[in-house]
Design a binder for this molecule. Structure first.
Ligand code: SF4
Length: 266
């Protein structure tokens, strides 16, 4: 239930988290599984299918593959099998935005929804966080193809009464002390895709143990910073904007060493 209401609806989004991520952001909230610490477990193709089917049978609105890129052959095989078995709920590609543009059409052949991050418009910041200043250009090109393949998210219903079926929604996490990066991201997205691009403007940054080693990244986002970002998005005229209240609990900050990583889930 920790995803945006467009995806969680009333019965939840069936998230499956994969170990590893090509970005290795030092502030990653999923650091226990994403940044090479090795948490997670190996599953066979049969067990993977069983996990996915169990979620479908729970009634989730979609299957949500989180940082799926490097397991793509396995995910593609799973998705084909599920479709052959009559599973009709949307498949959602939940990713960093740092996707090889040449792969996106292949993903789009099986996925219904893309939910990429757009983290950085500032190449120097991208270099600092994930050691590749090309992130803005790579993410932009990948996003262009995602939008060309699937269009914008439909339906876009922030109430969650009508969960999304297909299309693209972009996530952007506002970072403490780096609101200028957010303003540049919003300007870039507005210029490229127009005001109807669905955007989730996230406020949930929380310093992890690794992030505390980096000056600027060792604190929460302030209310003023988020308000500045939100005011800019509104001034740019974005019509499909999801706003995230500043978190008052850790309910959806994961600990993957717990049997139930997200306390907020039922
Ligand atoms: S792209 Fe997302 S999941 Fe990957 S390391 Fe960065 S914050 Fe974590």
């Amino acid at each position: 239930m920790g995803e945006e209401p467009c995806f969680t609806g009333s019965r939840g989004s069936g998230t499956i988290f994969f170990t590893g991520c090509s970005c290795h952001c030092f502030f990653c909230q999923n650091w226990q599984i994403s940044n090479g610490h090795g948490d997670g477990r190996v599953v066979s193709a049969e067990e993977f299918h069983h996990i996915a089917l169990s979620l479908v049978e729970c009634g989730v609105h979609n299957l949500n593959f989180v940082t799926p890129d490097h397991f793509w052959p396995h995910i593609a095989a799973l998705c084909r099998r599920l479709r052959d078995e009559g599973v009709q709920i949307p498949f959602l590609f939940n990713s960093s935005g740092y996707q090889l543009p040449a792969m996106v059409a292949e993903y789009a052949a099986l996925m219904d929804i893309f939910m990429p991050d757009f983290k950085f418009a500032d190449p120097a910041l991208a270099r600092r966080v994930l050691r590749d200043e090309r992130y803005p250009e790579i993410a932009l090109e990948a996003l262009r193809i995602m939008v060309a393949e699937k269009g914008f998210l439909e339906p876009f219903d922030p109430s969650g009464q009508h969960p999304a079926k297909r299309g693209v929604l972009v996530r952007h996490l506002v970072l403490p002390g780096l609101v200028d990066n957010t303003l540049r991201v919003l300007n870039l997205l507005r210029a490229e895709f127009g005001r109807w691009l669905p955007i989730s403007l996230m406020s949930q940054y929380k310093p992890t143990p690794a992030a505390r080693q980096h000056p600027d990244f060792d604190r929460h986002l302030s209310c003023e910073e988020y308000q500045t970002a939100l005011a800019h998005a509104q001034a740019l005229g974005f019509e499909n904007l999801l706003v995230q209240p500043l978190a008052t609990t850790d309910d959806f900050f994961p600990d993957f060493q717990r049997p139930k990583p997200f306390r907020g889930n039922p």
